[in-house]
Design a protein around this ligand. Sequence first.
Ligand code: SF4
Length: 310
Amino acid sequence: MPFERPAIIRPPSEWRSYYLPLTSGCSNNTCTFCNYYGVKLRIREISEVKKEIDALALYARQSICLPDIPRVAYAVARTWDGEKVFLQDGDALVYPFLELKEALEYLNEKFPHLERVGIYATAQDVLRRSVDELRSLRELKLGIAYMGVESGDDEVLRKVRKGVNYHQMVEAGRKLKEAGITSSVTVILGLAGVEGREKHAIETAKILSAIDPDYGGALTLTLVPGTPLYEEYRRGEFHPISPFKSLEELKMIIENSNFTDCFFSSMHASNYLSIRGRLPYDKESMIRELEAILARKDPSLLRPEFLRGL
Ligand code: SF4
């Protein structure tokens, strides 16, 4: 089956990157809340990847568009900062290791001034690689890996079929660190529903502290039609938390976190409130900000539901 270019789903910080697909879908397509649920992983031929890199180089130097390169590639190239490349898709680190190295080598050859390559990675992908292998990717400018941790509560991880547990995720974070790859991890407010929310928040603060990433991000659960979690909700088996309860979870995570130096934010479009700061330095001010909002409970202070994104 021919490779189909995936839709652009990327971390907020990659907004000026060039999005280069290596895969589409996700190798761990079992997470019950995710829009990749059940989406089959496809691996793109390395020859196709290199062809697109060639086309990008031609466009960057001479503004020439080739007829057999998708228009979307040129649309992305037009706003590209020329510094960062983001490898798509849901967990591009699953791409066969030697081919991944080949793609990075080729990118470096064609764009010697490239600053950083970013990638989504599952903990499973990271655990599959040795620290030396990860280090060799780092030497080829793979500078940041985005990993969805979602929760530190093993019961929640099992329920949402994440496929890894607390300890495996901490181990994956440790490996990235040892390899010198910047880690950016995300967690999901509301993933345990009403009943499990307190334990979810406490355990999530614990796993974030244990991983001690460079960047931490909170997302808020959005129920996606067609996913098993959405069906659980429709059957009345999953009880979502309210927007203000999501802020209580966020506050609990910040209060109980213990980072060395982490830029922590809730800037993602799924959140009801955007806050950010460097932890531990801004812990008190971030907590105060949340407390002020929670004391007023004024819905007009929150992002309206229709403006929330995935
Ligand atoms: S591993 Fe990540 S991208 Fe893949 S299905 Fe789970 S949450 Fe979605």
